[in-house]
Design a protein around this ligand. Structure first.
Ligand SMILES: [Zn+2]
Length: 143
């Protein structure tokens, strides 16, 4: 059911933990499988200089957080914002269709952390798009 890469990131996740003096913290939840994801970022010169996550959830959610944090570490906030759940899933060599929403969670959590950082700096939060349709589409196709 899961790719080797998913299993590898699930059993040996990168960037696990928390950052006490984080510049931004994002937390999102996923009612579909009860996943809760929290991401902490440090920002230096507009670049994500450190990132940690804590995820309580399914294998896909943990592997997605691990891969997503790897993909945005060292990137500018603008680049990190553009990371899509599809890119996370592709980097994991695919996720089972019914588990795509877990990669959406990773994308949303990074967005939440970036916007938390922006709010703390007195900046307008960036607008997030809704993933409801994508998630619905996936759950309709695969029961
Ligand atoms: Zn999940």
């Amino acid at each position: 059911m899961y790719s080797q890469t998913v299993m590898e990131h699930f059993t040996n996740p990168r960037n696990v933990g928390e950052i006490a003096d984080a510049d931004g913290v994002g937390q999102v939840g996923n009612p579909k499988c009860g996943d809760i994801m929290k991401i902490y970022i440090k920002v230096m010169d507009n670049v994500i200089s450190d990132i940690k996550f804590k995820t309580f959830g399914c294998a896909s959610a943990i592997a997605s957080s691990s891969m997503a944090t790897e993909l945005v570490l060292g990137r500018t906030l603008e680049d990190a914002w553009k990371l899509t759940n599809t890119a996370v899933a592709e980097a994991l060599d695919g996720l089972p269709p019914i588990k795509m929403h877990c990669s959406v969670l990773a994308e949303e959590c990074i967005h939440a952390a970036i916007n938390d950082y922006r709010r703390k700096r007195g900046l307008e939060p960036w607008a997030d798009k809704s993933h409801d349709e994508l998630v619905e589409e996936h759950s309709h196709h695969h029961h």
